[in-house]
Design a protein around this ligand. Structure first.
Ligand SMILES: [Zn+2]
Length: 322
C-alpha cells in the first residue's frame, strides 16, 4: 500500500497540480548553495540591475561568466566583506526558494573558496553559516557539503578543505567545476581523509566527460554518489557497475539541457539509466541560472510521457538518505 505522500505526489503529477506537489516532501541533493535562488526575486531584493542573460550555454565559459557576474556585480573586484555579504545573500535565496517550493531536505554545496572571503577565519565562517542554517531549520533539513573546485592544488586543499573536514559542520565532500581540469587522482588523499571522518563522498563526473571517467572517478575517490554521472548511459558496463555498487546519480535535467549535454527532456539519458537499474534522484543544480525548481523538474520529466507517476515517485524517494 502506498503512503499518503506517494498518493499525493502521483495525483499531483497526473492532474498537473503544482500546489499539491509542493505539499509532498522532496529532497534536493545536488544544489550549489550560492546558485540555488530565484533570480528575479534575489535581484529585486538586492536592488541590482542585473540581466538574467541566456538560458543555453553551448560554451561553458559563458556559464562561468554569468556565475561570476552573480557573485561579484557591480563590484570590480569586491572587497572580502562585499563578497561575504553577497554569498550570504545568495545562500539565503537558495533556502528561501527550496522552502517555497516545498523541498524538505537539502544538501547545499558550499564552494571551499568562500573561506578566503572570511579571511580564513573558519570559526567565524562556520558560526555565520550555522546561524543562517538555524534560521531555516524548522522548515527544511539542511546537510551542508563542502566542495573542492577542480583547479585547487595540494596547498589550496590543505589550507581550506582539511579544516572544513575537521569542523564537523559539513556532512559530505564534493568535487565540482569543469571536469577536464584536475584528474581524480589529484584528490584521492583528501577524499580518503574525509571518508575516515565519516563524511559522505560525492563527485561531479560524467557531465562533460565520458562513461570511463565516471567509473574512474568512483573508483579512485571511493565515491558514494555522483553529481550528474549522465555520461554513464553510453556504457552498459559502467551502468552495470553503478547499479551493482549502488551508486546513486544526483541528476539535474534542466542543467544538462541548458548546458547542452542533452537535447531535451525526452532524450535525456535518465530514462536509459533507470532502465539499466541505476539509482537516480532529480535535483536543481543552479536554479538561479536554470530557472527550474524541484517541482518543475518532476513535471518536465512527467510531461515527456516517458515516465509513469509511480516511477517518478520512486525517484523522489531516492533523494532521501536511506
Ligand atoms: Zn553541480
Amino acid at each position: 500500500m502506498k503512503n499518503e505522500d506517494s498518493v499525493k505526489f502521483i495525483t499531483a503529477l497526473e492532474t498537473g497540480d503544482r500546489n499539491l506537489m509542493r505539499q509532498v516532501p522532496r529532497a534536493d541533493v545536488h544544489n550549489h548553495a550560492a546558485l540555488g535562488g530565484d533570480f528575479k526575486k534575489w535581484v529585486k531584493k538586492e536592488g541590482l540591475d542585473l540581466n538574467e542573460g541566456a538560458h543555453f550555454f553551448p560554451d561553458f565559459t559563458d556559464f562561468q561568466n554569468l556565475v561570476d557576474n552573480i557573485f561579484t556585480y557591480p563590484y570590480n573586484p569586491p572587497t572580502n566583506k562585499q563578497q561575504r555579504d553577497r554569498f550570504l545573500s545568495l545562500f539565503s535565496a537558495t533556502y528561501e526558494l527550496a522552502i517555497s517550493d516545498g523541498v524538505t531536505y537539502i544538501e547545499p554545496g558550499y564552494d571551499a573558496v568562500i573561506l578566503d572571503y572570511w579571511e580564513m577565519d573558519l570559526e567565524q565562517m562556520i558560526s555565520e553559516l550555522k546561524a543562517q542554517v538555524d534560521l531555516y531549520s524548522d522548515r527544511i533539513t539542511i546537510k551542508p557539503d563542502i566542495g573542492i573546485i577542480r583547479v585547487f592544488n595540494k596547498k589550496d586543499i590543505e589550507r581550506t578543505i582539511y579544516p572544513c573536514i575537521e569542523s564537523g559542520f559539513f556532512k559530505a565532500l564534493d568535487i565540482f567545476a569543469d571536469e577536464r581540469l584536475g584528474p581524480p587522482e589529484d584528490f584521492e588523499e583528501v577524499f580518503h581523509v574525509a571518508k575516515q571522518s565519516g563524511m559522505k563522498l560525492k563527485g561531479h563526473a560524467g557531465e562533460l566527460l565520458d562513461a570511463d571517467f565516471v567509473r574512474r572517478s568512483v573508483e579512485v575517490l571511493d565515491l558514494d554518489e555522483l553529481q550528474h554521472g549522465i555520461a554513464a548511459a553510453k556504457s552498459p558496463e559502467v551502468m552495470r557497475f553503478l547499479a551493482d555498487s549502488q551508486i546513486r546519480l544526483n541528476i539535474c535535467p534542466s542543467s544538462n539541457i541548458q548546458l547542452c549535454q542533452s537535447e531535451s527532456f525526452k532524450t535525456h539519458p535518465i530514462r536509459i539509466l533507470m532502465d539499466n537499474g541505476v539509482k537516480v534522484s532529480v535535483n536543481t543544480d543552479d536554479a538561479i541560472i536554470f530557472g527550474q525548481k524541484s517541482t518543475d523538474e518532476f513535471f518536465n520529466l512527467y510531461e515527456t510521457g516517458l515516465y509513469s507517476a509511480e516511477e517518478l515517485d520512486q525517484v523522489r524517494l531516492n533523494g532521501f538518505p536511506s
